[in-house]
Design a protein around this ligand. Sequence first.
Ligand SMILES: Nc1nc2c(ncn2[C@@H]2O[C@H](COP(=O)(O)OP(=O)(O)O)[C@@H](O)[C@H]2O)c(=O)[nH]1
Ligand SMILES: [Mg+2]
Length: 326
Amino acid sequence: MPANLPPQYFEAEKRYRTAKDPEEKIEALQTMLAIMPKHKGTDKLHAELRRKIAKFSQETERKYATARRTGFYIKREGAGQVILVGPPSVGKSQILAALTKATPEIAAYPFTTKVPMPGMANFEDIQIQLVDTPPIGHKEIRILFANTLRGTDLIAIVVDLSLESLNQVENTLQELKGVRIEPRAEGMGQITPGSYPKKMLIIGNKNDQEGSHDNWKALYSQYFRFFPMISISAKEGKGLEELRTTIYHALEIVRVYTKTPGSKVNLSDPMVLRKGSTVEEAAESIHKDFRIELKYAVVWGSGKYEGQRVGRKHILQDRDIIEFHT
Ligand SMILES: Nc1nc2c(ncn2[C@@H]2O[C@H](COP(=O)(O)OP(=O)(O)O)[C@@H](O)[C@H]2O)c(=O)[nH]1
Ligand SMILES: [Mg+2]
């Protein structure tokens, strides 16, 4: 073992030894590899780390294949993917049924949902993918579904407001932590190294039930600083339009409509971009070379821009209309 390795190397090595899944092992090994100085004395170690990465990569490939085969890998579709997670019987399947055309099984007994089920929810002129899930406390489900969770755009924690709700959120966050997913929320503290930071929101369901008001108040005061939150009744259809809007905003995306010079704007099928995207990023998302060819753009919308010429670095707002000039 070469002596001149920095402390971060040993931290990563410790993470490697305690890692529970192959992705985490790979992540730690890659960190070790990046930190390690490269010279004759480290050649052997270098090769050994690479060999281990290759081995664990094969393992993740096998895991992916199993997840796909068994329906536990859900491909992202539409303007964004939102996964509903939470304790059993809180109404996750009911929410999917209320917002999309999907027809999940909904029942008063727990563990009715055996595999994740996607559906498309309309929000104005775009579609957002919602995914209903079996409770992730189940070990097998956790292993097979972890990759979809880690790659998703937004996690919606669903709780039953007719019951004490704080511990429902706590337990769900704990389970997510078990697959190394932590909330990406300002003021919630540091993320554990090697974890996946995720945007999250909280849905309090069954607000038609007795006691739900008090449970919601307690829940809200605890979490409103960190997460977008909404109280609904999926069964009675209360708050569903607000839920669509809350999900849309939590995704932090914008819609931009394109127009070619001299023709009318295409007001259906907007481009969907990350909030804060610039004109040149929009161009690039259409075509890689487009960014280079781009000279300027004309933008309508955002109040003060009515057919105004803007530069590459101009930040686009939701519902802007853009005309590219090359
Ligand atoms: N009162 C009330 N019951 C609901 C609501 N949403 C779901 N339920 C009921 O709660 C039970 C569990 O719902 P389900 O969607 O299967 O829960 P899941 O296990 O989280 O998918 C079912 O009996 C539903 O009819 C709601 O908003 N209000
Ligand atoms: Mg269900």
